[in-house]
Design a protein around this ligand. Structure first.
Ligand SMILES: [Zn+2]
Ligand SMILES: [Zn+2]
Length: 280
């Protein structure tokens, strides 16, 4: 069993890299990719620990990009060689755009009469500050009853506190990943165009023309019908398949590492071998 999509507390998960690896070992994963948002901090901390545990650790990251008006999450993997120094430097620019979003989000919330500060929220995070950290402070201060309620009331795309983040164009992100020695995969396609399969096929076609070479077929949010359709897209555009749980620990308590939502996930081991071939 393998899992190629997981988050640590260095982005918006709740498990430290050491806790995540211990869980991977406990459930018998043979390979794990850490794909934190915008940072390799969790992966970097996990490298020596994974070696001790005899677990194959794959370097990954998740980037927020835009394609036309749509937000598209993109996974990037570096299964053969480490990402270039130039790519790591580019991440600093992405992290700055996230800080800018956070400042605007605080202004917006304060305008709604919510008395929280950026300092309080930043204290919740490690390498970067994400929306679950805002949610936790909103719950602590009694503005929401739990994390989900905080998102519904304030933080989700359709909620009153939402502010848009400056996202990089998807073709630029793909090109940077490829130049850095990695492979780009469209993350959880179910969230990109819901069940509008024709729109999704257009997006996948356009991203593959930019150099994207994989698509996340297996994911905790995907039904068996979704998986079958994404596999057909993979064949149509000659893409490798990727997959993982999108584990976030306590921030998404129903999702388990390796097995997804109530056991709906099983990523074949062959996926990683094929990914290595596709990047080489
Ligand atoms: Zn995502
Ligand atoms: Zn994710």
């Amino acid at each position: 069993m393998i899992d190629l999509h997981s988050h640590t507390d260095q982005s918006d998960g709740t498990f430290s890299p050491a806790e995540l690896l211990a869980e991977a070992k406990r459930i018998g994963l043979t390979a794990l990719a850490i794909t934190d948002h915008d940072t390799f901090a969790g992966y970097d901390l996990a490298v020596p620990l994974a070696a001790d545990l005899g677990l194959e650790l794959v370097c990954g990251i998740e980037l927020s990009t835009k394609l036309g008006g749509a937000s598209v999450h993109m996974l990037a993997y570096f299964p053969v060689r480490p990402p270039s120094a130039e790519f790591r430097e580019w991440l600093l620019f992405l992290q700055e755009s996230r800080r800018d979003r956070n400042r605007r989000l605080i202004d917006r919330l304060q305008g709604l009469g919510v008395a929280i500060t950026l300092e309080e929220v930043e204290r919740q995070g490690r390498s970067l500050t994400a929306r679950p950290h805002f949610a936790r402070v909103l719950v602590e201060k009694g503005y929401a009853k739990d994390i989900q309620d905080a998102f519904d009331q304030f933080l989700d795309e359709h909620a009153k506190g939402y502010v848009q983040r400056q996202e990089v164009p998807v073709d630029e992100a793909v090109k940077r990943v490829v130049a850095a020695g990695g492979i780009a995969s469209m993350a959880h396609p179910i969230r990109v165009a819901k069940n509008n399969w024709d729109t999704l096929a257009e997006y996948v076609g356009s991203m593959s023309r930019s150099g994207m070479k994989a698509i996340e077929v297996f994911h905790s949010d995907h039904t068996p019908e979704n998986v079958a359709y994404y596999q057909s897209l993979a064949r149509r555009f000659s893409l490798a398949e990727t997959g993982g749980s999108d584990f976030h620990g306590g921030n998404k308590p129903l999702i388990s590492l390796g097995t997804g939502l109530r056991g709906n996930l099983c990523v074949p081991d062959s996926v990683l071998a094929d990914l290595k071939k596709a990047v080489a």
